[in-house]
Ligand binder design. Structure first.
Ligand SMILES: O=C[C@H](O)COP(=O)(O)O
Length: 249
């Protein structure tokens, strides 16, 4: 069954002491939400976060990984390394990885394959830029990002894929897609999946929205039928705000 998920992407924020303080605050939050909750600290804090949260209902996930098993890739981390410290989910394809680290659909397809081959779950991100939306090309861009990186997979693989639609113009800008814009795109994404794999697959895939989700707007965005949760940046750095968003479910 399709799940509601709220994932906090901490990006390149928080040193160890700040991370420990945020982890403590997260452990003290109480929720009746039916959403799965995840947080993605930086690499240096992943193991600490895993150790702190492993008995909680919050899953610790990674922000990125390399496609190779090991080898001469200075500065990189493999799926096996993540698995070895208890991490079973990885965010791939975030627009910041695409923009600042030149990650292409082709590279991302390899990363997705590597993660799935290790039995990991992938939160696969994509989304159009402002110019694409202004020119009315957002569905073409998003459709191609999904097809290029994921449509070589078989239907069963989608049991371990979560999609995260993040319009680049709404990330960290304070500008959100309206709930209607989010719903329209999520419906398009689900139809794109259904056209290739059928409704049985499309209906089971969770599609998250990301881009300036805050306590004040989460409930309305999450109320849309094809929005199954959120990938939260800035607001995930504060435990109360993050759980206010979790509690929107
Ligand atoms: O990964 C999270 C997204 O990039 C959203 O970030 P934001 O909530 O700060 O806009």
């Amino acid at each position: 069954m399709r799940k509601n998920i709220v994932a906090g992407n901490w990006k390149m924020n928080n040193d160890l002491a700040q991370t420990e303080s945020l982890l403590t605050a997260l452990k003290n939050q109480r929720t009746t939400s039916n959403a799965e909750v995840m947080v993605a600290p930086t690499y240096t804090n992943l193991f600490q976060a895993y150790q702190t949260l492993k008995m909680s209902n919050i899953e610790v996930v990674a922000q990125n990984m390399h496609f190779a098993e090991n080898g001469a890739y200075t500065g990189e981390i493999s799926a096996s390394m993540l698995k070895s410290i208890g991490i079973n989910t990885v965010i791939l394809g975030h627009s910041e990885r695409r923009e600042y680290f030149n990650e292409t659909d082709e590279l991302l397809a390899k990363k997705v394959d590597a993660a799935l081959a290790k039995g990991m779950r992938v939160i696969f991100c994509f989304g159009e830029e402002l110019a694409d939306r202004k020119s009315g090309n957002e569905e073409t861009i998003v459709g191609n990002q999904i097809k290029n990186a994921l449509f070589h997979l078989d239907a069963a693989a989608f049991q371990n894929i979560v999609l995260a639609y993040e319009p680049v113009w709404a990330i960290g800008t304070g500008e959100t897609a309206s709930p209607e814009q989010a719903q329209d795109m999520h419906a398009f994404i689900r139809k794109t999946l259904a056209d290739k794999y059928g409704n049985d697959v499309a209906d089971e895939v969770s599609i998250l929205y990301g881009g300036s989700v805050k306590p004040a707007n989460a409930e309305e965005i999450f109320s849309k039928p094809d929005v199954d949760g959120g990938l939260i940046g800035g607001a995930a750095l504060n435990a109360e705000d993050f759980f206010a968003i979790v509690n929107a479910f």
